[in-house]
Ligand binder design. Structure first.
Ligand SMILES: Cc1cc2nc3c(=O)[nH]c(=O)nc-3n(C[C@H](O)[C@H](O)[C@H](O)COP(=O)(O)OP(=O)(O)OC[C@H]3O[C@@H](n4cnc5c(N)ncnc54)[C@H](O)[C@@H]3O)c2cc1C
Length: 422
């Protein structure tokens, strides 16, 4: 029987019973993730034949809530499960699904996203990293930037220019790139949080077998759009999924460590960003006895209102998706709202904590969570499509404003003036 025919209550009871039987903090992270994958609970929305249960997003949110409630750690965090997996489910052939999906779901292999380049961010289709065919293999040369988690990644979702004679969106192909090979150089970029979340990645005569081409040659733009659509959903979803600080892949050594040691949630920016929003700020105000302050009350109310509007927008977007409609302006407004909610949370948090809000570290108020959020907050307006780009999309596709004059859909890539925002 298809799991989607069950009620939400059935799903809740089933995952609860399964967790009572299976969660054991003394397992290693690797063993726990294998168990979660075998149960189909790591990726409940994926098809049953590919390690999932075919559940709806709402039902999957219930699973996430129950995992958190049980004090267990959630499925492997990171770009494998969030981006590479759904892209391969949608565009990979069966051999690729067999090769890549299980290690993603069990956290055995970590992925990074090799998309952005120094001259190709908002205008991603201007990318210049070159992919050239050499028999059964491809050879890549170029530079990527802002590659989150490249230092821990076993594989990269690489988009490269494989036909410079075609217009820029038509000559791109999508590959699964093995990161552990000569010619892949990962250089960390340190942010103002003090961490190095992302990296520059230099590719010099790096190789991939043709089996690693996801989708058809020169049709990688459509594949990349699936990755980016999942990024927007993933960034906006929240949904009560259990977070942990355990990092998938072979490089961090977390797979061999005790699962229970990660059960108290993630760290750094991840937890700080989870703290944004009206609920957390209200809790903080109560804890600090600030709910009587009229200015704080007013700001909390504004934040609460925006939170609720964002929630309704997400509901509209889900209802549209359920009805088979293409993503509409809701995704863009949701992204803009997320940026605003983050900035408002940062400002309220800092004004409640005062100078203490600028401190970082275990001894700082709230473990330095608000300061981390403040330092990381500009990133939210940039990743997953910057605020300005969201506004352009709303202007052009929703309000019907004229596009900037542009012939790059028909001009061969090699004739374009690249590196400019066209
Ligand atoms: C925390 C974080 C993690 C990231 N992780 C990854 C990753 O793992 N892999 C990856 O590939 N990339 C990653 N990125 C990169 C991200 O996708 C890019 O930063 C983003 O697409 C913007 O590109 P850019 O930085 O080149 O800025 P640009 O595109 O150069 O933009 C610069 C400024 O110009 C504005 N602008 C650009 N075009 C227009 C226009 N047409 N109209 C109006 N304004 C415009 C932008 O809004 C921005 O303010 C990450 C970024 C961040 C912040």
């Amino acid at each position: 029987m298809a799991v989607t025919e069950k009620t939400s209550q059935d799903v809740r009871s089933e995952i609860r019973a399964w967790l009572a039987e299976n969660w054991d903090p003394d397992l290693t992270v690797g063993e726990w993730w294998e168990r979660l994958a075998d149960g189909g609970w790591a990726v409940p929305t994926w098809p049953e034949e590919w390690h999932g249960r075919g559940l709806s997003r709402d039902e999957a949110n219930i699973v996430g809530q129950e995992i958190a409630e049980a004090g267990a750690i959630g499925p492997p965090a990171g770009l494998g499960l969030m981006l590479a997996g759904p892209t391969i489910v949608a565009h990979g052939n069966d051999e690729q699904k067999r090769r890549y999906l299980r290690p993603i779901v069990t956290g055995r292999e970590a992925w990074c996203q090799l998309f952005s380049e120094p001259g190709a961010g908002s205008d991603l289709a201007s990318l210049q990293c070159k992919g050239e065919r050499d028999g059964d293999e491809w050879i890549f040369n170029g530079q990527k930037v802002w590659t989150s988690g490249a230092q821990h990644a076993d594989l990269g979702m690489l988009i490269a220019r494989t036909n410079p004679d075609a217009p820029k969106h038509k000559g791109i192909s999508y590959f699964a790139l093995e990161m552990a090979q000569a010619g892949v150089e990962v250089r960390p970029l340190r942010e103002m949080t003090g961490r190095a979340l992302f990296n520059e990645v230099f590719l010099t005569d790096v190789r991939a077998h043709n089996d690693a081409l996801i989708g058809d040659e020169n049709e990688g733009w459509g594949v990349a759009m699936t990755t980016l659509a999942n990024e927007r959903v993933g960034l906006g979803a929240g949904g009560g999924a259990a977070r942990s600080g355990a990092v998938p892949g072979t490089k961090t050594g977390h797979l061999e460590r005790r699962a229970g040691d990660f059960a108290k949630g993630g760290g750094g920016a991840q937890m700080a960003m989870a703290a944004r929003g009206g609920g957390m700020m209200l809790k903080l105000a109560k804890g600090l006895d600030k709910t009587g302050d009229p200015i704080i009350r007013q700001e909390l109310m504004k934040l609460y209102t925006l939170d609720q509007i964002a929630r309704y927008t997400t509901m509209r977007s889900k209802a549209a998706a359920k009805a088979g409609k293409r993503p509409g302006p809701e995704a863009n407004t949701a992204k803009l709202m997320m940026s605003k909610i983050t900035r408002m949370s940062r400002d309220i948090g800092l004004s409640m904590l005062g100078p203490g809000g600028t401190l970082i570290g275990k001894e700082a108020p709230l473990g330095g969570m608000i300061a981390e959020m403040a330092l990381f907050s500009p990133a939210v307006s940039i990743y997953g499509g910057s605020d300005e780009v969201q506004k352009n999309i709303i202007g052009e596709r929703v309000l019907g404003l004229p596009k900037e004059p542009n012939d790059d859909k028909i001009t061969p890539f090699r004739d374009l003036k690249v590196g400019t925002q066209r």
